[in-house]
Write a protein that binds this ligand. Structure first.
Ligand code: ZN
Ligand code: ZN
Length: 197
């Protein structure tokens, strides 16, 4: 969503929007998150307040996604709610600090000032042009930050049989899946002389 600063009165403003599944899929694809697909429209609600010359955004999102169980590869739907707060400051004259050669940033950063409000790496501080806030980028960052890793369909998911690929949650295939003891594995390569009879 795009919110003009002029829209935010002294008492703040609440805004909400839906984010289409196609847009979510594009975000996930561009970020290389190939394990995830959108499973529907996401909802995004935000409150904007003017605080000490900056814009404070408190946001809440609910994203519906689909991913595969890491063990058995079954597709499963995930509801991912997350909340975040971002403080938007008007862009200072120089913000190209991170684009300078590696020997430069320290000095330039010191010129700009080392106060916390100028720490470009702080996730909760963003710059904008002073006129309108576009929430797309912070939403994207927060979505990617909140994607869980290594999800399984259930804690005791048995996964796939490493021998035949059977879904072990559904059927026990009966394959011998005992790992070979490495000490016996070594013995197998030794050729024994024929036993005397
Ligand atoms: Zn599973
Ligand atoms: Zn099997």
């Amino acid at each position: 969503m795009i919110v003009a600063v002029d829209e935010i009165g002294n008492s703040g403003i609440d805004r909400a929007e839906g984010i289409a599944a196609e847009a979510l899929d594009e975000t996930l694809r561009e970020a290389g998150e190939s394990d995830w697909r959108a499973a529907g429209e996401a909802t995004f609600e935000a409150r904007f307040d003017k605080v000490a010359g900056k814009i404070l955004m408190r946001a809440r999102a609910l994203v519906r996604l689909q991913t595969d169980c890491k063990r058995c590869l079954v597709a499963m739907p995930i509801e991912l709610p997350f909340e975040f707060t971002v403080q938007f400051s008007s862009k200072p004259a120089r913000v190209e600090v991170d684009a300078r050669p590696s020997s430069e940033p320290k000095r330039l950063r010191d010129e700009v000032g080392t106060g916390a409000s100028f720490d470009l790496s702080a996730p909760d501080e963003e710059f904008f042009d002073g006129k309108a806030i576009d929430t797309a980028e912070v939403f994207r960052e927060q979505l990617l930050l909140n994607l869980p890793m290594g999800l399984v369909c259930r804690d005791d998911c048995k996964g796939l049989c490493p021998v035949c690929g059977e879904q072990l949650n559904q059927r026990e295939c009966g394959c011998d899946r005992r790992p070979m003891d490495p000490r016996w594995e070594a013995l197998r390569s030794i050729k024994l002389p024929p036993t005397e009879s």
